[in-house]
Design a protein around this ligand. Sequence first.
Ligand code: FMN
Length: 303
Amino acid sequence: MDLSVSVGPLRLKNPVLTASGTFGYGLEFSRYGDLSKLGGIVVKGLSLKPRQGNPMPRIAETPCGMLNAIGIQNIGVEAFLKQKLPRLPHDRTAIIANLYACDEAEFGELAGVLAGEEGIAALEVNVSCPNVKSGGAAFGRDPSVVHRVTEEVKKRSGNTPVMIKLSPNVDDIALAARAAEEGGADAVSAINTLVGMAVDVRTRKPALANIVGGLSGPAIKPVALRCVYQIARAVSLPVVGLGGISSAEDALEFMLVGASAVQVGTANFIRPDFAFDLVDELEKLAGELGIESLDAYRGSLET
Ligand SMILES: Cc1cc2nc3c(=O)[nH]c(=O)nc-3n(C[C@H](O)[C@H](O)[C@H](O)COP(=O)(O)O)c2cc1C
């Protein structure tokens, strides 16, 4: 069966991508499988300058999910381009750069640095920077900011497709998706983590030094599915779905509600070879269910 799918102008050999921040720069996972088997790799969030991230502890486990407040620790865009990108199989799988900045101009600058690079198939824009001016709530909560960031990135990205990664921590995610569409995005991805916290009754301390963090994993899958469903009905942009995917059935659920492709996040920490296996498992399950084309199956939910 042909597993290839289109995400707007981006053609993927299969719909399995790995989610930013959960698969390093890709190279760290090469001992668990052949990176070129994946539809694509979304690398750790990149900022213009290297970042050390938040103080430890910054990861906590919860019964069916994980909390993190890494704070976009990364080596910076220049070091990524020099040290990591040349070692990735970018001619055989789509390498997608995830962009992190806290204002429109910086996002534009980052897009300008990355877009011209051979080996970068697309840009994914993370609009979840905490907005200091509005008390720490994510920047991407405001649809007008999503619109402006999208426009700014599109101005500098040439022919490189731009995907806007949306936060579920909003009243109406469809409004944010519409803002991305109006700003000229080529696709959206959903969802980023949900704000959560964990505390210890004995030490009376929060589990994370940052106190609150992003919840991911199986706990958020129903929220993510609902978001993808709402977005797919609200915009004509392709949607990449993620949030708690840990089986082929989960991946097909996202496609059934309208996703063109999926990303594997927290599951990479539990089974580092999962994303590679998912490609085969998806093919097997699609065959069992009589699905001939994933593009045709997409959005075929009957309500
Ligand atoms: C440890 C960790 C680090 C993350 N770092 C980033 C990041 O740098 N940029 C980004 O857009 N999302 C980041 N995310 C969010 C994931 O890409 C994904 O949206 C989220 O975890 C939901 O998917 P999942 O439930 O499959 O993990 C991170 C998530 C985790 C768990």
